[in-house]
Design a protein around this ligand. Structure first.
Ligand code: IFL
Length: 446
């Protein structure tokens, strides 16, 4: 059959028009939805005590890449801890860049790795059995899964530079923002989104769009408008990209919530108005934010005594500020990433985690306090679950075939992962999850 060729702009417009056709109500039983400034499920308040499990779909794959028995064990362990939500990488792009995961769900534009996608199917089926939910992100600002950088590699013809080689993140971030205005990249991204959102699960037979185990679609991991000096024009483009992409996803699937994946101020060139405007979009159901004290230079794990107090002041202020932005917008907010190093910055699983545990404790307390006070706090996902995974190499860098842990391949395995042997951390997380779930179904706590 001879197909009429559409120009890129016309094809994008045709894809966008799908969004005009709304689907079923978001309040369908079993789907997590927003009511006022809360999440609700089955008509009851729903709080997220969650973790990041970016590699969940990889573990679920059949064949050589997957580790299904491990995944089942990890989910059992998480469920026993009181974890009810996992944040997962749904899409990856094959890249030649250093320190990126392989294989990838998209091996080239329009070419998908069915085995890896079946991994996501398996993960969702297992989550459903445990009454757990997932946030699935559909892209990545960072190159460790290919992400926006790889789209630019595909469609600009000039290879983006790899920040893991140059260490020049400012240059990298400025360059990556070209993703939002590259028509061909946007068209491909939307086609990938449609492919995933409209997928039928090969394990359960259920359409993804009908699966309550999916809590929300997410535009990307940590999208940002550019670098710390993002221009007003870049900010405008970014706000529009968030609103348009969220509308597009909701047009394909109106039963699920959509969120941005933003880090908050740190991923918004420290511009509060930008962060608020980006999350004002009607199809963005809730706000997201992340807290990374060491990455942001607030903390030196080798000098905890002298850097702890300043770090905690800044962290608590950051947390409170974002809850206040959510209040201003009248939407819930999820702290969907936070983490700190093991003691003295060690990657060794045998090293202690006293400082990190103290930090986790303070974060849990603050979130709990604000949720109990009736503020629009929907919960947390700590970064990240390493579980039974173990670093195989003396330099702690992942190589294909090694275990996956919470730290993706652009960072040392052990940097921020919580392992199944971190007894004190697990106790703390379990207690915090229980406290948060105690708010479920308690109107008095609102
Ligand atoms: O691994 C990082 C990940 O890309 C992210 N935020 C911070 C993590 C730790 O540096 O999304």
């Amino acid at each position: 059959m001879k197909r009429k060729r559409l120009g890129v702009a016309a094809a994008l417009a045709a894809l966008a028009s799908v969004s005009a056709a709304g689907g079923a109500s978001a309040a369908d039983a079993g789907f997590v939805a927003v009511k006022g400034t809360r999440f609700v499920r089955h008509g009851q308040p729903y709080y997220i005590a969650g973790t990041n499990l970016w590699y969940g779909g990889y573990l679920g794959a059949p064949g050589a890449v997957g580790r299904r028995a491990r995944l089942v064990k990890e989910l059992d362990r998480l469920q026993a801890l009181g974890i009810n939500n996992v944040r997962v990488l749904a899409v990856s792009e094959k890249t030649a860049m250093k320190s990126a995961v392989s294989p990838a769900t998209t091996s080239a534009p329009g070419q998908y790795d069915e085995q890896l996608l079946q991994g996501l199917d398996f993960l969702l089926a297992e989550l459903g059995k445990r009454d757990m939910t997932a946030v699935l992100y559909l892209n990545n600002f960072w190159q460790w899964s290919g992400g926006m950088t790889q789209y630019l590699n595909w469609f600009t013809g000039s290879p983006a530079h790899d920040p893991n080689v140059s260490k020049d993140y400012e240059r990298f971030m400025a360059g990556n923002a070209r993703f939002y205005t590259n028509d061909k990249a946007q068209l491909e991204y939307r086609q990938v989104i449609a492919r995933i959102v409209k997928r039928r699960n090969s394990v359960t037979g259920q359409a993804y769009g009908d699966d309550p185990a999916i809590m929300a679609w997410q535009l990307a991991n940590e999208p940002r408008p550019g670098n710390s000096q993002a221009t007003p024009a870049e900010k405008t483009v970014y706000i529009k990209w968030i609103a348009d992409t969220a509308r597009y996803i909701r047009g394909l699937d109106a039963k699920h919530m959509v969120s941005s994946g933003s880090e908050g101020l740190a991923g918004s060139a420290q511009d509060a108005q930008l962060y608020i405007d980006a999350h004002r979009a009607p199809d963005i159901a809730y706000l997201t934010y992340h807290l990374w004290p060491t990455n942001w230079g607030w903390f030196d794990p080798k000098q905890p005594a002298t850097t702890w107090d300043g770090m905690m002041d800044k962290s608590l202020r950051y947390l409170n500020q974002h809850v206040d932005y959510a209040k201003q917008l009248g939407k819930p907010i999820v702290l969907e990433e936070f983490g700190l190093n093991r003691d003295a910055g060690s990657f060794d699983i045998r090293s202690s985690t006293a400082v990190r545990d103290r930090f986790y404790g303070a974060v849990f307390d603050l979130v709990q306090q604000r949720a109990s006070a009736g503020d629009p706090v929907a919960g947390w996902n700590f970064w990240a679950w390493g579980g039974a995974g173990r670093a195989a190499n003396a330099d702690y860098w992942w190589k294909p075939g090694n275990d996956f842990v919470g730290d993706p391949p652009q960072e040392e395995q052990g940097l921020y992962s919580v392992f199944d042997s971190d007894a004190a951390s697990l106790k703390l997380i379990g207690d915090a999850a229980r406290r948060l779930h105690a708010l479920d179904g308690k109107p008095g706590a609102r």
